[in-house]
Design a protein. Structure first.
Length: 202
């Protein structure tokens, strides 16, 4: 299986680099992950639940980082065992670069799977991998917003209703002044209930 992609992140390159090297952040953002612990120099023990079609399994594995170039990127290798469900192993590269409004993240993944998962077929495996990647980046972006706040464009959108309300108040004040003026000159008064009815003599 091979997969690659690109994401625009609304945080700085340094912020993205720190998050992608923080085990707790990765544990929160990887779907089904309940363990991501540092065990040695750039080595981690990982446990996560995986579901591909009708097959569900708990994988135990390890991740090793290499070719680390802060804050530009790194390469990681991984392997995991899921019992009778099968195994997975492979490598991935992550590259960060500055961009307008944040930074760009490029990634590639090459992986091999075996066991029951492999028997499900390439299309199902690829679909599950893409869904997992999309879910990871959705969680990652939400976590970054909690940590650093929404992107500037979103902040402006939030502030806009305040300006609209201020404008509405101004119009309301002008409208109130106009109503007072209309009353003064005898316009805009409610109809007098004792006014002459149809058929009354003048």
């Amino acid at each position: 299986m091979e997969m690659n992609g690109n994401r625009r992140l609304a945080i700085t390159q340094q912020q993205a680099w720190e998050a992608l090297n923080d085990p707790q952040t990765l544990k929160k953002c990887i779907p089904g992950c309940d363990k991501f612990e540092l065990t040695g120099d750039n080595a981690y023990a990982v446990a996560l639940a995986v579901k591909v079609g009708p097959v569900s399994a708990k994988f135990q594995g390890k991740v090793q980082l290499s070719e680390i170039v802060p804050p530009d990127g790194y390469r990681l290798s991984f392997e995991g065992q899921g019992g009778v469900a099968g195994f997975a192993k492979g490598a991935s590269s992550v590259t960060l670069k500055p961009a307008e409004g944040g930074c760009d993240l490029d990634y590639t993944v090459q992986a091999q799977v075996g066991g029951k998962i492999a028997q499900l077929g390439q299309r199902l495996v690829d679909g599950a991998a893409k869904s997992t990647a999309d879910d990871f980046f959705k969680r990652f972006e939400e976590e970054m917003q909690l940590r650093y706040g929404p992107p500037p464009a979103e902040t402006a959108a939030v502030d806009e209703p305040e300006a609209a309300r201020a404008g509405g108040d101004e119009v309301g004040e002008k409208g109130g002044a106009m109503s007072g003026f209309m009353r003064k000159i005898g316009l805009g008064r409610k109809a007098d209930p004792e006014a002459a009815k149809p058929g009354d003599k003048a």
